[in-house]
Ligand binder design. Structure first.
Ligand code: AMP
Ligand code: GLY
Length: 428
């Protein structure tokens, strides 16, 4: 069986790793992949958002299934293009992926489907934006409508931050077309959590809970990043909350899309704020989270490929997904300087030592091979991941792994999952 995985991050390495574990006979290809995927798959030098090149490769090589990792190719319509050519593809169509690609569209769907979310106003000019800010008061949140590589959201807690955001959005126009329309949004207070579900157009099955750490430094300080670590399960997500999110978020959203003639297949990721009045949706993503996937998939006992095929075929109702009760933690090692400027092609030492540690796996993100040496090739470089019977052990094993690996100017948080561990102690 031939499988094409599109993307080059830690998420895609984790997907390839899980499929290879379940289906050792499968022939895996990654476009473009990284130095981790090239051990278990053949890397093809095609960028994830080069839709036409991906389509021509797929037409020539006829994979039995294609799996799309990142949001950009989904929003550009890679699933539509591959499906049209007879290649079963895991991920939402271009129309369905608008749930992530346009925050305005996501709000429209949520309002029609009566999904709890922050109040918001769509604006186009600084004058309209300032009037909306006046309306909501400070703090307030300002968001680009379109995809902005995770950077298009400003949470403003002071008048000076409002001025900075106005400059970024309207003077510097930092987000280009993605900010042709802008949302000014009510500020919500609470703990954040993400809940993901497999969706087959009609039915859905939630995944186990996970939490990521978006800020660069310990104690959630410093700038926002793509995610500096993750763990699963997240104790703040209770079974009751899972039930509420299924009935108040996933079910009405999938139904509302169907009413509009849009079939959602793939992963639907709900970013939530757990407010005093219940969970409210901050955003939708149309794909697996990165680095949440790295701590979710090691806990999955069922075959990932079978679940993905059921999503494509519309028969998720016929399967059950089994999960391990173990906990998993992933610590991201990043290049010094990330999320700003950083060096690349820095040699990474110690990767061979990891196989000696039980339950530890290193998912590569920004890496490549230069001659025979693995070197850095991005901001987030590695996700050192451990699975163990308790979260405390998983965290400790992941950090043992981190200590074995080194590269010049490596940066990582030393408090991954600490809040969850404290919460667990409190609940005892
Ligand atoms: P988003 O990409 O929409 O999830 O926003 C990125 C981050 O901004 C979220 O993870 C939250 O920390 C914060 N955020 C977004 N919307 C709101 C809101 N309405 N209230 C408070 N914080 C928010
Ligand atoms: N970790 C957040 C995301 O994947 O969007």
């Amino acid at each position: 069986m031939k499988i094409l995985i599109i993307g080059d991050g830690g998420r895609e390495h984790a997907i390839a790793w899980k499929i290879q574990k379940d289906n050792p006979e499968a022939e895996l290809f990654c476009a473009p992949g990284n130095a981790g995927t090239d051990v278990i798959a053949e890397n093809i030098p095609i960028k994830a958002d080069d839709i036409m090149e991906i389509v021509s490769w797929a037409v020539e090589n006829k994979p039995d299934i294609a799996i799309v990792g990142p949001e950009m190719p989904l929003c550009l319509g890679v699933v539509d293009e591959l499906t049209k050519r007879g290649i079963p593809t895991f991920g939402p169509s271009k129309a369905a992926a608008q749930l992530e690609g346009s925050k305005k569209f996501a709000k429209e769907i949520m309002i029609s489907a009566q999904v709890p979310t922050a109040r918001s106003t769509v604006v186009r000019t600084e004058k309209e934006a300032r009037a909306a800010v006046e309306d909501y008061g400070i703090p307030v949140v300002i968001k680009a409508d379109g995809l902005a590589a995770g950077k298009g959201v400003s949470v403003c807690t002071t008048p000076a931050e409002i001025d900075d955001a106005m400059k970024t959005f309207f003077v510097d126009q930092a987000f280009g077309e993605a900010a042709d329309e802008i949302l000014v949004e009510e500020y919500l207070v609470g703990e954040e959590a993400s809940i993901l579900a497999f969706v087959d157009g009609k039915n859905f099955i939630p995944l186990v809970s996970a939490q990521d750490h978006k800020r660069l430094q310990n104690d959630d300080k410093g700038p926002n990043t793509g995610g500096m670590g993750s763990y699963s399960p997240a104790p703040c997500v209770t079974p009751d909350m899972m039930a509420v999110v299924q009935s108040q978020v996933f079910k009405p959203v999938v139904e509302e899309l169907n009413i509009r003639g849009i079939t959602y297949k793939g992963i639907l990721y709900a970013g939530l704020m757990l407010t005093r009045n219940g969970p409210k949706v901050l955003e939708f993503n149309c794909r697996f989270g990165d680095p949440e996937t790295q701590s979710i998939l090691p806990r999955m006992k069922s075959s990932l490929l079978e679940v993905m095929q059921a999503c494509i075929n519309g028969d998720l109702n016929k399967i059950k997904i089994d999960w391990s009760d173990d906990s998993c933690a992933c610590v991201v090692m990043a290049s010094g300087g990330y999320p700003g400027r950083y060096e690349t092609e820095v040699p990474i030492e110690g990767l061979d030592e990891i196989s000696k540690l039980e339950g530890v796996t290193v998912f590569h993100a920004g890496t490549k091979r230069l001659n025979e040496t693995v070197v850095t090739d991005g901001g987030r470089v590695l996700g050192v991941t451990a699975i163990a019977p308790t979260l405390a052990e998983a965290v400790s094993h992941a950090y043992q792994g981190v200590l074995k690996i080194s590269f010049s100017d490596a940066n990582y948080r030393t408090d991954i999952a600490q809040r969850a561990l404290k919460q667990k102690d409190k609940n005892k």
